[in-house]
Design a protein around this ligand. Structure first.
Ligand code: 4AD
Ligand code: MG
Length: 445
């Protein structure tokens, strides 16, 4: 009896007879040889049928098998440097094939397809090797995030998805009918995290987050995953120092454990290799000056137009893209104008028009992957900010309580999982970083 194995372990079975269970990814032939590229979810391996060995009848049957036919295949593992696949370097000499189902007319072939067609068939497209590689990188990034925080004495504590109040501005709220009361899908778990740190010190939540974004950009999803660490007795400098360690760990772990997938994706790894502390830090003021300098020196009239910026305005994608091009690793931009940020950010000492916020922008034009800040710790300052933002004070009483009973300086941030996956994988659009993306014009399949 041959041992049933998964393709990822194939190197351990050289010279042995094994059974593989999977799907036919590619079926090609040449003369007396038929090449069945088999995938099983853990890898891809080339399996070779030799006509004189398996007989004419079986050989002809194999030749006719359609892409994505499900198979149980037995054969001998051979080392062959040239063999394609993942991990690659091994092939299987076929002895026997049991066809579980012969699939006919699988709609996604090796030829080019439009992205809308592929998105309509997302439930099938996930089987394609590039999509498969992205999801494996995504899983590794999630694991790295959790490992880093768990081993840094953070408590993972969940925050509600159904929430009664806004936290990140009222324009991106998804409304829910909560037994005839108005409620919203969570834009962030932060406000609850702030309560949780006063009980547990350092906490994080990691889960789905919702924004009714009316924008059709390469960076926005309506549903995405965000990890949000929050720390008591932490100021803005502590926050940046922590974020650079965190992001470097995520990138270096992914590079180490998913190099084959990143290479399959054609990712240029040089920028990723650079992701090590310290990251450059520039103030919003300096960022505006740099953008204005780029505008003054560029010969490109379109860029000049796109990069228009006055002090006080928020950055758009073009601004972030140009700023990241100035550095070889992620860059912190801190001290944004109070008016473009959420209500809860600590004012800059002596400069109330600026807040203790910091965004981390990923290189190569990827832009913001982290938004964070030091939070207001003073009760009166917070109440004034809630009123200034015209938010209903009664909804925030529990949050204000945190400034009544043992308030401390504290800080936290949110890292968007899909933006991080898109950056690390080098994707042109965030939608491929999510298994089933929700965007302005799509919630199927
Ligand atoms: O900057 P944001 O809005 O910050 C917060 O929500 C804070 N409450 C987080 C905190 O301090 N605990 O979002 C944080 C990150 C962004 O940097 C981005 O990576 C991601 O969440 N993000 C999105 N990702 C995909 N699609 C969207 N529509 C996103 N909006 C934010
Ligand atoms: Mg932000």
């Amino acid at each position: 009896m041959a041992t049933t194995i998964t393709i990822q372990d194939i190197a351990d079975y050289e010279g042995q007879e094994v059974t593989l269970k999977g799907w036919l990814y590619l079926n090609t032939g040449k003369g007396k040889l038929q090449f069945l590229r088999l995938r099983d979810g853990t890898g891809i391996v080339q399996c070779v049928a030799f006509r004189p060995e398996i007989g004419d009848e079986t050989f002809e049957a194999l030749k006719r098998l359609g892409q994505e036919s499900s198979l149980i295949l037995t054969g001998t593992v051979r080392k062959d440097e040239r063999a394609p696949g993942l991990p690659g370097g091994y092939e299987v000499g076929i002895k026997q094939v049991e066809v579980v189902q012969d699939a006919v007319d699988y709609p996604i072939g090796p030829k080019e397809h439009g992205v809308e067609f592929l998105m309509d068939n997302r439930h099938l497209w996930l089987r394609s090797s590039l999509q498969w590689a992205i999801m494996r990188v995504r899983a590794t990034i999630k694991r790295a995030i959790i490992d880093f925080l768990d081993s840094s004495s953070f408590l993972n504590i969940d925050t509600p998805i159904i929430t009664p109040a806004a936290a990140e501005g009222t324009s991106t709220l998804f409304e829910v009918d909560y037994f005839d009361e108005k409620a919203y899908l969570a834009q962030t778990g932060q406000l609850y995290n702030e309560a949780n740190i006063m009980a547990f010190g350092k906490v994080y939540c990691f889960g789905p987050t919702f924004r009714a974004e009316k924008s059709k950009t390469r960076r926005h999803l309506a549903e995405f995953w965000m990890v949000e660490p929050e720390m008591a007795f932490f100021d803005l400098d502590d926050l940046m120092a922590f974020e650079e360690e965190f992001v470097s760990y995520i990138v270096q772990t992914t590079l180490r454990t998913r190099r084959a997938e990143l290479e399959l994706l054609g990712r240029d790894l040089t920028f990723l290799e650079n992701v090590k502390p310290p990251f450059p830090r520039i103030s919003y003021d300096e960022a505006v000056e740099r953008l204005q300098a780029i505008r003054e020196t560029t010969d490109d009239p379109e860029l000049k137009e796109l990069l228009q910026i006055e002090w006080g305005a928020d950055f758009g994608s073009p601004h972030e893209t140009e700023l990241t091009k100035l550095f070889d690793r992620p860059v912190f931009v801190y001290g944004y104008p109070t008016q473009v940020k959420a209500f809860y950010m600590e004012p800059w000492p002596g400069r109330p028009e600026v807040c203790k916020s910091v965004d981390l922008l990923a290189p190569e034009g990827y832009g913001e992957i982290i938004g964070g800040s030091e939070r207001m710790s003073n009760l009166d300052v917070l109440v004034e900010a809630i009123n200034r933002h015209e938010l209903p004070l009664q909804n925030y009483q529990w949050y204000i309580d945190l400034r009544r009973y043992g308030t401390v300086p504290h800080s936290g941030f949110g890292l968007g999982l899909e933006r991080t996956v898109a950056w690390i994988c080098g994707l042109a659009h965030i939608r491929e970083a999510s298994p089933y993306p929700r965007t302005l014009n799509r919630m199927w399949p």
